[in-house]
Design a protein around this ligand. Structure first.
Ligand code: DHB
Ligand code: FE
Length: 279
């Protein structure tokens, strides 16, 4: 039976990919951010997951406003990133696990989550930057199952729906008969707004509350309306939905082994956590 080891969260800001490409990890601006990752890599090195479920929000590379699935799952043999205009390098393709993807899609559709299945899926910075942070030299990098959710085109899913998605994903993973270990990544957030009157808006207090509650009481976070999420976290703070999806997959009890929060990285409150499953 497949086992879920835990979850990792990270912001996925494109400027991080640029800093990696230019080797700026030790620069004073970047150091407090990159210092949050050795602990994560240590945990991954110990745990050696076979599969990473990478929950991210496509920003317009694979899906645009005209066709926007609420929840999409990749079922490809490999995934390539592509130029989105941020000046990030094209990376080697990320190996997929289509037979695992299809088992998850089958189980979740049977569980009444209507999934868009993607046999081709270009992956953007929301996927690629976290993979580079966690497996910088690709040593031990697991095969991936990308999961993209809509945080861009309203109506976006509710926090409750995203937590429920994660719970269904957990059941789907646990129904896979193979002896596999799985880590679930939730990328994006925390608070940020990239445009409009509140461009540059960051809310440390709200971010810290979310980092607290995602561990101890994720159900309480489902009481936040989508309007209030945007009001308190900024328009792109909607990416916290990815963290809710990840959290739902971890079961009732988790231990937070590591946590880092740094503001600002570019325009964003950058949060990193390692949550180990207790159940
Ligand atoms: C930034 C943050 C994001 O989540 C993103 O997708 C693009 C840019 C930023 O802060 O620059
Ligand atoms: Fe983003």
């Amino acid at each position: 039976m497949a086992r879920i080891l835990g979850g990792i969260t990270t912001s996925h800001i494109p400027a991080i990919g640029k800093a990696i490409a230019e080797g700026q990890q030790q620069d004073p601006y970047w150091k407090p951010f990159f210092d949050g990752y050795p602990k994560v890599r240590e945990w991954l090195g110990d745990q050696k997951p076979d599969i990473a479920i990478v929950i991210y929000n496509d920003h317009g590379l694979a899906f645009f406003l005209d066709q926007m699935p609420t929840f999409a799952i990749g079922a490809a043999h490999e995934y390539r990133n592509a130029d989105e205009g941020w000046g990030l390098p094209a990376l080697d393709p990320f190996p997929g696990a289509p037979e695992i993807s299809w088992q998850i899609i089958e189980a979740m559709v049977a569980d009444e989550f209507d999934i868009t299945s993607c046999q081709e899926l270009p992956v953007d910075h929301g996927f690629a930057v976290p993979m580079q942070l966690f497996w910088p030299d690709r040593k031990g990098m697991p095969r991936v199952v990308p999961v993209s959710a809509n945080t861009v085109q309203h109506p976006i899913p509710t926090l409750k729906r995203c937590l429920d998605f994660g719970k269904s994903l957990r059941r789907a993973i646990q129904a896979i008969p193979d002896d596999l270990s799985v880590v679930v990544l939730g990328t994006g957030g925390l608070s940020h707004q990239l445009d409009g009157e509140r461009a540059g808006f960051i809310n440390r207090e709200f971010d810290e509350m979310c980092m607290e509650k995602i561990v101890s009481d994720p159900e309480a976070l489902t009481k936040i309306s989508r309007y209030d999420l945007i009001r308190q976290a900024g328009s792109q703070g909607s990416e916290f939905l990815m963290w809710m999806m990840m959290r739902g997959a971890l079961g009732d009890r988790v231990t937070a082994l590591h946590r880092n929060y740094h503001i600002p990285i570019s325009n964003t409150g950058a949060g990193t956590m390692v949550l180990q499953c207790d159940d």
